[in-house]
Every structure is written in structure tokens, then in C-alpha cells.
Design a protein around this ligand. Sequence first.
Ligand SMILES: CC(C)(COP(=O)(O)OP(=O)(O)OC[C@H]1O[C@@H](n2cnc3c(N)ncnc32)[C@H](O)[C@@H]1OP(=O)(O)O)[C@@H](O)C(=O)NCCC(=O)NCCS
Length: 315
Amino acid sequence: MNGIKIRGTGRAVPEKVITNQDLAHIVETNDEWITSRTGIRRRHHCAGETHTSLSVSAAKAALARAGVSPGQVGACIVATVTADTLVPSAACLLQRELGLPTDTPCFDLNAACTGFLYALHTMECLLNASPRKFGLVVGCEQLSRVINWADRGTCILFGDGAGAAVVECREGWPSIGAVLGSQGDDELLRLPGIETGERGFISMEGTKVFKFAVEVIPRCMEQVLEQAHMTAADVDFFVFHQANARIIDLAVRKFRIPPEKYYKNIQEYGNTSAASIPLVLSELQDLGKVDSGSRTLVVGFGGGLTWGGALIEFA
Ligand SMILES: CC(C)(COP(=O)(O)OP(=O)(O)OC[C@H]1O[C@@H](n2cnc3c(N)ncnc32)[C@H](O)[C@@H]1OP(=O)(O)O)[C@@H](O)C(=O)NCCC(=O)NCCS
């Protein structure tokens, strides 16, 4: 199978910022607790923006950065659990807003916070069979619409945002070597479906999810490295799903990753689920921390339960 590389990234976040201090007016919490337990200081929540407007802005920025026109796109996937409408999908709305060719497969993908990695792997498979070799992968969430404001264990964690990547598939490029997994569980992390009788909020067993994350992340990283016949020292940069700074710190310590080789933006955005990894990738590209040829190990985990890792390169 021919591999994909990232041509360009883009992002969009709502203007409205919710600080830890703001949350202390809503639930019994404080800045010290939130910062020390999670690393989160601020998160952005939609006020005028919508899921669609965020995904369109991020996708347009990625196309511009990649120098790719909508007519060159062969497939479009939006990883999300909070689209404006289930039908039409967020990806179909992107097709309309961007003017993607009507023979482009466009669909949403739900793997919760691992969604962007699942979507990258799916895109690699799709582009191998597509006459057009550019793909648009978007992670977009409006989690502020599914927050339970009476639950201080979860309402402090989540934010809205979108990140997008234009990828290219070329003969001879190595596969991203995605390692993906799942294990059905409806207790640790749950967001009910439509009209189930349950309130449409995220609920979570935080401590158990934390434990799951610190076990699955190193395992997944080791599998990706083993498959690529590499060690952590061979990796140029590490990108982690931004769910909790302490989870990232534990992985960094375990693999002895130096500070210049990883990045956190959880302090600014909180957990944005499927948008978290592309938001990091987009900031890294703007900061010039990754360039063509650098090998980036991306790892994520989330509800489902799901997890995944891959080795990606920028073209
Ligand atoms: C949610 C999370 C931050 C909670 O941190 P924790 O250290 O596990 O804390 P606990 O839930 O055990 O709660 C410890 C205490 O703090 C309290 N607490 C919970 N939320 C609080 C808040 N926002 N402010 C103040 N106190 C809070 C609890 O009530 C509990 O009090 P008690 O000891 O009197 O019962 C942490 O478990 C976590 O990040 N888990 C992973 C979540 C995740 O990654 N989810 C996304 C998956 S993609």
C-alpha cells in the first residue's frame, strides 16, 4: 500500500474563552485544582460559531496551506461526535461549502478522541483506490453542547475546536503504519444517542479512564515503533491526544522524551476530542517544529473505548 504524508494543516477555534475562574462561578472548583490535576487553564466554547463553521474554516486553511484546490480532493472525512446534524454529515456539508467534486466520498467517522487517527488510516486506504491523490481529514468538535454543567468532574475538561490536514498519497511513500484498537465499554465514557431517554451529556469515570490511558498509550507507542523497526530515539517528534497533561507527562517520562520533542496545548484548549491531535499538528506546522522528512509519532485514546498510533510525515 502507498503511504500518505501531510501537505498542509489548518485550525479554527471559537473566540469565546472560558477560564478556570469562570468555571469556579458555575461549579465548586478552583483554578489550582483544575491546573494541577489536568494542566487546563482555558478552553474555547462556541458562541456565534457552529460545528460547520469551524470545520469549514479549518479545512479552508489546510487547503490554502497545502496549495491544493477543492477540485483535487479525492475523499473527505470528518472525525467527530458532535456534528450539527447526523444527516447530513459534517463531511457532506463540507463538500457543499468547499465545492468538492460530487464524486468525492464524504462521511463522518466516530472513534471519539481517537477519531482523527482512525480517519487518517481510513484516508490512506481510500486514497490508494482514488484517482485523485489528495484527501481532506478534519477533526471537529463542539463539546460545549454535550457538557453536564452540574458535574464538576467533567465540565472543566472539554472545549470546542477544529483541526484539518490535507494529505497526499504517493507511490513509494511508506504507510503511516497505523495501530488501531477498540474495546466496547459503555460505562467508562458515555455520550448517549438521540432520544434514548438519557440526557445528552458526556459522563465519565475519570479515574478509570486515566488508568486506561496510561496503560494503553505506551503499549500503542511500542507497537507502532516495533512495526516500523524503530526506537523512541529515532522519532523526531511526539504528538499526544490532549486529554490531561499528567497523562502526557507519564508517557514522556516512560520513553525519556526530551522537552523539545513534544508539545502541549491543553492549557489553552482543554480536551477537544477528535480535534485535539490536528490542533496540535497545525500549531506545530505554524511554529516550524516539524518539517518535511521529520517522523512524528502520533498517539491517542478515547471513548468506545478506542486507541491508536501512527507514524506520520509532513511532505
Ligand atoms: C477527570 C480527572 C481530572 C479527575 O482527576 P482525579 O485525580 O482522578 O480526581 P477524582 O475524580 O478521583 O476526584 C478527586 C477529588 O476531587 C474532587 N473533584 C472532582 N472534580 C473536581 C473539580 N473540578 N474541582 C475540585 N474538585 C474536584 C472529587 O469530588 C474528589 O473529591 P473527594 O476526594 O472528596 O471525593 C482525571 O481522572 C482524568 O483526567 N481522567 C482522564 C480523563 C480523560 O482523559 N478523559 C478523556 C478521554 S479521551
